[in-house]
Design a protein around this ligand. Sequence first.
Ligand code: NAD
Length: 514
Amino acid sequence: MDKATPKDLFQANRNRAAPLLKQLRADGIGHMIDGKIVPSISGDSFETKSPVDGAVLATVARGGAEDIDRAATAAALAFRSWRDMPPAMRKKLLHRVADAIEDRADDIAVLECIDTGQAHRFMAKAAIRAAENFRFFADKCAEARDGLNTPSEEHWNISTRVPIGPVGVITPWNTPFMLSTWKIAPALAAGCTVVHKPAEWSPITADLLAKLVKQAGVPDGVLNTVHGIGEEAGKALTEHPAIKAIGFVGESATGSAIMAQGAPTLKRVHFELGGKNPVIVFDDADLDRALDAVVFMIYSLNGERCTSSSRLLVQDSIAEKFIEKLTARVKALKVGHPLDPATEIGPLIHERHLAKVCAYFDVARKDGAVIAVGGKTHDGPGGGHYVQPTLVTGAHAKMRVAQEEVFGPFLTVIPFRDEKDAVEIANGVQYGLTGYVWTGDMGRALRVADALEAGMIWLNSENVRHLPTPFGGMKSSGIGRDGGDYSFDFYMETKHVSLARGTHKIQKLGSPSS
Ligand code: NAD
């Protein structure tokens, strides 16, 4: 048989999406509360629209405080039996969730593309990564409770960990399926029950996840999903007294709001927030590999990626040549329909987000920077929220385009003199999520890694995730770490237990001998 052409694959993706979208339009999306799909108590709903052509994809239940209350109550009721389920059984169920995700991987990929505008080449593996999240944490179910033995002279001291209780998980719209599983899988493995509030701009695969978790046999009430607006359903979740902790991924300003909202009920919070991440290219680097990584880390996933390297810091001595090559690559990027396998950049998720990204074209010009490539919307198939991949040069470190998160295919280039200068510029922003360093000098690579104010550093590499490693940011980029055992630190309470070894002396207050 002849090999399928990109055109065939594009058609195959459309054919796969069509019946799924038809079903969604017919059924709409409800909340999953205590194992049942239900509308909002108020009867309110909102529409989710395609970034490709603005067509309504589904009518979605718009949750409010009373729906959150129902979901939190269900999560609280389910907590005890989920917590006490033998870890081997929980492990089996979470592996079954992974199986269910893998079975629907191709459906999840096309739905994610249509709901978010992300290109299929990046979404094709999103479900597989999500399944890996479940498998990785499934295998850790038993060890989640492990603690330490720290004996002292008179006591055996042991610590153990217990799940904190029902938790809230609030997620954003960029790669929503993979990101949701990254938070939900460790919570469930720890023995917590969950109320998930997915982003209102991308509800479709969150609905599918809730159904797959139920289909896998996870008991009712263990994962509840309430759709709705951040300031309504999201806010109510952060304020609910039965919810013991909030795992949140989103903007830094929303993180601040959640911290304030959760304060009266003393919520534990875990924040994965925004970034303005530097990629630093020194003149002794492997410049071809550096160029590939620079382009990939800002123009993949539409630049809607918290770990994107949105600031290129390039050494003076090579800046001109490097920018010349970069310019050619950015000009050649393929903007197109998200289901087209040839597409490198799809439409941005929402007209409001498109407007935000486009506003930075004027910001760049007003600041006196140069838009070397792009700087306009793009007339793409379906007439949706397409934007030209944009490269801004002639910038300096204090400009808004060098300071603020654009969250689009938008790269700002800032030249630097030497190592000290590079580190100063890299650290001169409010964010501190990731940093990327390209150099042939390993001593320098380690010095710079040590000096950068960021939670994650890659040396001579783009961002490659490894699930046991800590994921999270410093400064305005976050609080806490996910990954491996770090996730359990958040979803569990550490409990100290001390047993007297013998009959050590106890003070006898109130007795004649005291
Ligand atoms: P957002 O903060 O606007 O929304 C995220 C979620 O919070 C949504 O579900 C939203 O409904 C909810 N929300 C909004 N206001 C709320 C409130 N007052 N109370 C409770 N919930 C509320 O973020 P976004 O625009 O959806 O996502 C983009 C942002 O996410 C970017 O800043 C990006 O850098 C960040 N992000 C960070 C990471 C990371 O790991 N650090 C990963 C992905 C995205």
